[in-house]
Design a protein. Structure first.
Length: 77
């Protein structure tokens, strides 16, 4: 369904897949952090959250690059 919407909106499906992967990483990192917090391991939970944030940032770089290029293209020369 999301692929159809992306195609109809003329959005590259690679970006949609990347966003879905980012959402999945966020959920998994939050779930892992909550489990470790419940087990009394707050320091490990913070490391899991940091790892999730780093992975999300790394995966978002291509999307941010395209976004910046689009904004620069809209600015009149």
């Amino acid at each position: 369904m999301l692929e159809k919407v992306a195609i109809n909106a003329n959005v590259n499906t690679v970006y949609v897949e990347t966003i879905l992967k980012i959402i999945g990483i966020a959920y998994i990192a939050e779930f892992g952090a909550q489990i470790t917090k419940d087990a009394g391991q707050g320091s490990i939970a913070s490391k899991i959250e940091l790892g999730g944030k780093i992975l999300i940032l790394a995966m978002a770089i291509p999307i941010l690059t395209v976004l910046i290029e689009t904004i620069i293209g809209l600015i009149p020369s």
